[in-house]
Design a protein around this ligand. Structure first.
Ligand SMILES: [Zn+2]
Length: 353
């Protein structure tokens, strides 16, 4: 939680206070572009919307004026939220961003473009570079990315960077307990959430978390240097990742049902349904990657334990840790999960039963 003395537009955000402090300070004398780095579950996305409000609010983000309220609700006419719908940004996405950036503000003398999921920028980065480094004087960019992938490095160098580090485990636990979760469940969820509040909240209702953890912990003991075992383990892992999305799918169906009810009552307005479906596809994709990352973290724990014991297998354990680390980095780039796991399992050294 943030720690401002008075409630403002940033109050109530779930994120590390350092990042929020940086944004609060930046709102008074902003530059032309910011890059918020960290997945939405660390608060980056909500903070971007709050920051947009702070940039437009006459009081620097009072939290209760019309500007702040509209910005927080994602409804301010001078805050344009751009969320790429596909797996990667397309040329047409970049053209749209350039077009919107060139428009004059509707209400005041400033407008904010919030661009999310920019780790998926791929090859349109160079197209956007000029607009992001020299936007019209009234335009401010707030870009959000899970991490700074190589394709984002040049854009990142033109922005002030604000890093959203993982939320500490004890903070996740107290947030969950504050929302009525039993402490034991909160602790298990927090431990498997890698500092991500969205994931922690989802894991609270996940009965199969413990069995997934034990699958990953058993992998080094099941490896026997045969391709057949690697194939079996890959298959099992992918099935578990798919099953893990169960609670998320339930929540998504509920959200879709609520939207349909709303449409039935108030009529269809704009592209609401299509946007929601695109958002849900993104959530599922993110969930798969996070679930795999969780598995890799459990695996890494096994080899770290082996290292701590010492003995003759030290170099093998180090090589395995290195392979796991590289697989985790590759996950951001949406590779084939099956190929990634097979390649990894082939490189890991078996650990004795
Ligand atoms: Zn305000």
């Amino acid at each position: 939680m943030t720690s401002g003395d008075l409630a403002d537009v940033f109050s109530g955000l779930v994120a590390r206070p350092e990042a929020i402090g940086q944004l609060r300070a930046a709102a008074t004398h902003p530059v032309h572009a910011y890059l918020l780095v960290g997945p939405p579950g660390r608060g980056s996305h909500d903070a971007a919307m709050a920051f947009a409000g702070a940039l437009l609010c006459a009081e620097g983000g009072c939290g209760h004026c019309r500007t702040c309220r509209l910005a927080l609700a994602g409804e301010h006419p001078d805050v344009s939220l751009f969320e790429p719908e596909g797996a990667f940004l397309l040329r047409s996405d970049a053209e749209e961003i350039i077009r919107v950036a060139a428009r004059s503000p509707v209400e005041g003398d400033r407008k904010v473009l919030v661009l999310t999921d920019f780790h998926r920028v791929r090859e349109v980065g160079p197209m956007l570079l000029k607009t992001i480094e020299e936007p019209p004087a009234s335009t401010i960019f707030v870009i959000v990315a899970d991490t700074v992938v190589p394709e984002l490095v040049t854009i990142a160098s033109r922005c002030v960077r604000v890093t959203f580090d993982p939320i500490p485990e004890d903070m996740l636990v107290s947030l969950l307990v504050g929302r009525g979760v039993v402490r034991e469940k909160a602790l298990a969820a927090a431990q498997a959430a890698a500092g991500d509040f969205t994931r922690a909240s989802l894991l609270v209702g996940d009965e199969h978390l413990a069995s997934r953890r034990s699958f990953w912990a058993q992998v080094p003991r099941r490896l026997d240097e045969t391709g057949a075992t690697v194939a079996v383990l890959t298959e099992e892992a992918l099935t578990l990742v798919e099953e893990a999305a169960g609670p998320l799918r339930v929540a998504q169906e509920e959200a879709l049902r609520r939207m349909e009810e709303h449409v039935a009552t108030y009529g269809e307005r704009g592209s609401g349904r299509r946007r929601l479906e695109a958002t849900q596809r993104r959530e599922l994709r993110r969930h798969r990657a996070e679930e795999l990352r969780f598995g890799l973290a459990v695996l890494a724990g096994c080899y770290r334990d082996a290292l701590a014991v010492g003995g003759s297998a030290t170099s093998e354990a180090l090589a395995s840790l290195d392979a796991i680390q590289r697989s985790a980095e590759n996950l951001v780039r949406n590779p084939s999960e099956s190929l990634l796991l097979q390649a990894l399992f082939l490189r890991l050294s078996p650990l004795g039963a």
